[in-house]
Write a protein that binds this ligand. Structure first.
Ligand code: HEM
Length: 480
């Protein structure tokens, strides 16, 4: 096993060799020492190191690591090649996805090829605009109930963690709309154990991606015990939801469900008529259960954090929400008129993209932006960097929701300089769902509550599988 000092030396050597294209268009490395991928650094330092690599070495940066050759692509043109025009030359056989598959199995997010295409076709109708419009009532109702709880609890302690609140809300919305299962049934919420399990999982996946050796899962280490418990909690919940539905169907009742779970249960192979087996169903439901709430919760937490730092935008959002909604619970028809809420959400997704990095493996040799990228190497796209790169954005670090105003569209010269949901065939299936939900939740909170950040806390983005606030975001909530 390589010890830490040796590993650091290896990474530093690798960094000196970055960006040597083989096609003759080599860019001389500047000599700056950038730890590859920022491995060994934590939190914001890692993101800064990767940004520095792009600023110093250009938009195609190569890292020669002992176990793989990796390329960081930060220009929208190469991003378009990978995700859209040459997408067939890439797959998800990457170390990152291998680790996620250990937990999620072969669901929509982690599968490839024919199998992925078939599953995507089954799931797609659940995400058509008409269906998502239909979810607006549930999204709005869950949010109202959260706000009523905030109202009741305000008489006690005022301080609360926004990240935990948003996880609880988005978990409930995703399970109700996609699986018709209430995570707050009977007045008690299962959000806390689920939240703990998800946190364990994203950290464990992150550690496995970056460590050279992972101890076997049956060894009784502290990490393995925590993982077993986390997977037990999530599997138990997901399998419980599936079993409950199966029982309803076995009784000959449809139960009135026309949700995503029903679509997965009813889907039959066009040739053989075979249904999904239990494991496949578990993998798909687990994927939706996790992907459907964790990212959206992070997006909302970051948006409210930014609003907490920009009181004038928060006041403008309150005014818009009151003008559009009055005292009503919002509906899908209100969404197009909540224009500032849309801009605030879009701008926070730019500054804090929950999926901050996306990796792909090259199936064969490919030329990107004039560089030859060898077969079975890694390319990775980093929305965090492209979204903040001075080559593409004016005042890139500034929180300016109006940059998403229609009249400023021309400022976004490149189609793929903004990609919170990425693009092409593997674009997020839940993008419309997430935007609907985000706009409604932001508007409803802003209408009634003023979010203030608790002073003295250090808010640090933690780039694990998703971009999470490392220690949460402590706030006080006051009625306007
Ligand atoms: C702000 C919230 C969200 C963000 C930023 C986000 C981002 C992304 C990104 C970047 C991908 C592509 C990953 C890759 O190909 O490597 C993705 C895929 C996916 N997302 Fe989302 N997502 C969000 C919300 C949702 C929601 C609400 C759902 C479900 C209800 C969802 C379900 C999925 C699934 C199933 C995939 C895999 C799709 C496929 O490969 O066919 N996501 N998401």
């Amino acid at each position: 096993m390589i010890d830490t000092t040796t590993l650091t030396t290896v990474l530093r050597r690798a960094a000196r060799r970055v960006a040597r294209g083989r096609s003759g268009r080599a860019r001389a490395p500047s000599g700056a020492v950038v730890p590859a991928f920022g491995i060994g650094l934590s939190g914001r330092e890692r993101l800064d190191a990767m940004m520095q690599a792009s600023l110093t070495h250009g938009h195609v940066v190569r890292f020669e690591l002992p176990w793989i050759t990796a390329h960081m692509l930060t220009h929208p043109d190469q991003i378009e090649e990978v995700l859209v025009t040459k997408h067939r030359l890439f797959d998800k056989k990457t170390r990152g996805y291998d680790k996620l598959r250990e937990f999620l199995g072969h669901g929509l997010l982690t599968s490839d090829g024919e199998h992925w295409l078939r599953q995507r076709r089954i799931a797609a109708p659940a995400f058509h605009k008409r269906r998502i419009d239909g979810f607006a009532a549930t999204m709005a109702q869950c949010t109202e109930e959260m706000l009523e709880r905030w109202d009741r609890e305000l008489s006690g302690t005022h301080e609360r963690d926004l990240a935990a609140e948003m996880m609880r809300l988005t978990l409930r919305i995703a399970s109700l709309t996609l699986l018709s299962s209430d995570t707050e049934a009977g007045g008690s919420s299962i959000a806390e154990p689920i939240g703990r399990a998800v946190t364990t999982l994203v950290h464990e996946a992150n550690q496995r991606i970056h460590e050279l050796v992972t101890l076997p899962e049956h060894w009784p280490t502290r990490r393995n015990r925590a993982l077993k418990q986390a997977l037990g909690t999530l599997d138990g919940t997901v399998r419980g939801i599936i079993e409950e539905r199966r029982k309803i169907l076995a009784r000959g009742e449809h139960g009135g469900h026309e949700d995503l779970l029903q679509m997965f249960l009813e889907a039959a192979d066009a040739e053989t008529g075979a249904r999904m087996d239990d494991q496949q169903l578990r993998d798909e439901v687990m994927t939706m259960f996790l992907a459907g709430h964790e990212t959206t919760a992070n997006a909302l937490t970051w948006a409210l954090y930014l609003l907490g730092k920009s009181p004038h935008v928060a006041r403008a959002l309150r005014d818009e929400s009151r003008a559009v909604l009055g005292d009503r619970v919002p509906t899908a028809e209100d969404i197009p008129r909540l224009e500032l809420a849309r801009r605030v959400l879009s701008e926070s997704l730019r500054l804090y993209p929950p999926v901050w990095i996306v990796g792909r493996g090259t199936i064969e040799d490919v030329v990107l932006g004039g560089y030859e990228i060898p077969a079975r190497s890694l390319v990775f796209i980093v929305p965090w960097i492209t979204h903040r790169h001075p080559d593409f954005w004016r005042d890139p670090e500034g929180f300016d929701p109006d940059r998403f105003a229609p009249e400023r569209k021309a400022e976004m010269a490149h189609k793929h300089q903004y990609l919170p949901f990425i693009a092409g065939p593997r674009m997020c299936i839940g993008a419309g769902f997430a935007m609907h939900e985000g706009i409604l939740v932001l508007a409803q909170i802003a209408r009634r509550f003023h979010v203030s950040l608790v002073p003295g806390q250090h808010i640090e983005p933690e780039p694990v599988v998703t971009l999470r606030p490392k220690n949460g975001v402590k706030v006080t909530l006051d009625r306007w």
